[in-house]
Design a binder for this molecule. Structure first.
Ligand code: AMP
Length: 611
């Protein structure tokens, strides 16, 4: 069975995990390290561009800060205006405001956050392939519960760029619960407190008969261990300015060094009562040295921790619960090693929090568990969330195109663009469905409506934008719009209407049992759809471009067509992909000639119209 890996794409560190039988394990690199620093360094090697990821890139943070990107997760799916507050802290430059998303300028080139994250994912994919001695093409990637659609989409894009099919974007707290196997609890409320390098999440989950339901989430996408480091960096900067009259903020290399030193000091203080801070000043001679105690450090960060505790209170109140209702507390993320955190969280919930599993690995381990569920090997672990079931529309071949994933925190919105299947189509029928199965026939039908007034064009040309919006009350608005004519139609449905908890649970459990078979069916239908489109175009082209083909080439293409048709009636998904690629090969030269012929014709027409 091919491995589906679980990936924790973290702000500070990223990990990849797999299932070793029934046990999830993080995959180490050749040095036995499981955490890969989420740092990407670019540089020129001769004429070509080279990229380093992880520890090697971390070293270049000090020597080449302008070409080294860290915490890229903060920029995923963001626009320039979202990040104004952060820009002054960052040594790397952002490309112009006119761009839609953030672009990071490295030398002459600009990169989008998904492109940079893709380097991290590629490194993890390569690590997994080396360790598992097989190619890895599918993954489950985790994101903070707070990620909105564009951030989730950016994460998916990064996966795609790295050559990974992202089977599911999974909320980090949900992954952590899976890693702890808390589905074995009969019933109870669980709080997952996740403080990583850059983000904080608190999720209040309800567990009943192996089913997780997220009652509420809260948190801060700008709060984490990096901020603890920053408090120490600020202390160092202030003291150096006072005692040595040097502003190290104007020396990027020294500032980066201060960051690294601060992180080390912080980690040291998790086990020691006192640690020495040592930093060489820009003159390369003088050393700034001082001892810092844990108590002094706790004084610096207590305000930040208090903010996380306030979030926990808010999440509890949103779920209409008291701290004493919480049966278990799970701590996740590297920063929970700071002893004051365990203490404060313990005080709030009046119980000792769980931290038995390695807090750095928990999320990746849970992602591996989810990956195994999707590959069909585990069927007894279920997840339920505020959006109890996924929502989507029917597309060609009776397949579901999912717009909103189950477990999405509401309110939420999602948008996809579709096209027509038949030339000259003037109306499009939209069938809204609910459920986890890949085929419409296995899902619950919620609504059907027609979008009329579509501008008639050849199949595949119109752009029909479908928007799903679930408001805070769980009401789903579906809008279909022809982007060319501007015509649009909206319907409103209540997805949970007439749906009991038992129904939802049953639908999910059946989907888990059938996940693998469904995925195979879906892949087969999708390949068939693609094959139909390719055949339609090729057969049209054979007529239009008949004069461009000699007998041998025509026979070659006709054979490839006939092989593809045979595979469509009896083949597997893999066989179809092979035959599609064979037909693509056979038609390559012909397609190029056809293209240049149409370009010449277009030019000729232009000349005629110029006359
Ligand atoms: P994560 O995003 O979950 O990988 O967490 C990374 C954060 O955990 C970084 O800010 C690290 O500095 C922090 N961290 C790792 N080990 C420790 C430790 N022993 N004490 C305090 N913070 C730590």
């Amino acid at each position: 069975m091919p491995y589906v890996v679980g990936i924790d794409l973290g702000t500070t560190n990223s990990l990849v995990a797999y299932m070793d039988g029934k046990t999830p394990r993080a995959i180490p690199d050749e040095n036995g390290q499981v955490a890969l620093s989420s740092i990407v360094a670019f540089f020129q090697e001769g004429l070509s561009e080279a990229v380093l990821v992880g520890e090697a890139a971390k070293e270049r943070l000090v020597t080449h800060p302008e070409e080294t990107v860290y915490s890229v997760k903060r920029f995923m799916g963001k626009g320039q205006e979202d990040l104004e507050a952060d820009l002054k802290h960052l040594p790397f430059v952002f490309a112009g405001k006119e761009k839609e998303g953030i672009q990071i300028q490295i030398g002459e080139k600009t990169y989008s956050p998904p492109e940079i994250s893709a380097h991290i994912l590629r490194a993890l994919k390569a690590r997994a392939e080396k360790f598992l001695k097989t190619t890895v093409t599918q993954a489950v990637i985790t994101v903070p519960a707070y990620f909105n659609d564009s951030q989730r989409q950016a994460t998916k894009d990064a996966g795609k760029l790295a050559g990974l099919e992202v089977l599911r974007i999974l909320n980090e707290p949900t992954a952590a619960s899976l890693a702890y196997g808390l589905q074995k609890e009969k019933e109870g409320i669980i709080a997952v407190y996740d403080l990583g390098g850059g983000t904080f999440d608190i999720s209040i989950l309800k567990i009943k008969n192996g089913i997780f339901q997220v009652l509420s989430t809260n948190g801060d996408t700008h709060l984490g261990g990096d901020d603890f480091d920053r408090k120490l960096v600020n202390l160092i900067c202030d003291e150096i300015l006072k005692t040595h009259d040097v502003d190290i903020q104007t020396f990027p290399e020294v500032l980066q060094k201060a960051r690294l030193v601060s992180e080390k000091v912080k980690c040291g203080l998790s086990s020691e009562d006192s640690v020495e801070i040592v930093l060489t000043l820009p003159d390369q001679k003088t050393q700034y040295k001082r001892q810092i105690t844990r108590t002094e450090f706790e004084g610096l960060i207590q305000g930040l921790i208090a903010r996380t505790i306030d979030s926990c209170r808010q999440a509890l109140s949103d779920a209409k619960l008291e701290p004493s209702d919480v049966k278990e507390v799970v701590l996740v993320g590297g920063s929970i090693r700071v002893p004051l955190i365990k203490e404060r969280v313990g005080d709030l919930f009046q119980r000792e929090p769980h931290s038995e599993l390695n807090p750095d690995e928990v999320v990746a381990l849970g992602a591996a568990v989810q990956a195994q569920i999707l590959s069909g090997a585990i069927t007894d672990m279920l997840l339920l969330d505020v959006t109890p079931l996924s929502l989507g529309i029917e597309i060609m071949g009776g397949v579901v195109s999912r717009l909103i994933q189950r477990n999405a925190p509401i309110p939420t919105t999602a948008k996809e663009t579709y096209s027509t299947q038949v030339d000259g189509q003037r109306s499009v029928s939209i069938h809204v469905v609910q459920g986890e199965r890949e085929l419409v026939a296995d899902c619950r039908s919620l609504a059907k409506f027609n979008l009329t007034g579509v501008e008639p064009m050849p199949a595949g040309m119109p752009r029909i934008e479908v928007t799903f919006l679930i408001d805070a009350n769980g009401i789903l608005n579906v809008t279909a719009k022809d982007l060319r004519s501007g015509k649009e139609t909206t319907v409103e449905v209540t997805p949970t209407y007439g749906l009991s908890d038992e129904d939802a649970e049953k639908m999910i459990s059946t989907s888990m049992e059938n996940a693998k078979a469904d995925l195979e069916k879906r892949q087969l239908i999708e390949s068939k759809n693609e094959a139909e489109t390719v055949l339609r175009h090729t057969e049209k082209a054979l007529v239009q471009g008949a004069s461009l083909l000699d007998d041998a080439e025509r026979t070659n293409i006709e054979n490839a067509i006939s092989d593809l048709k045979n595979a469509m009636s009896s083949g597997t998904h893999r066989e179809l992909r092979e035959k599609l690629s064979a037909l693509d090969q056979a038609t390559q030269r012909f397609a190029a000639d056809l293209m240049s012929q149409s370009v010449q014709e277009a030019l000729q027409n232009k000349k005629l119209s110029d006359l």
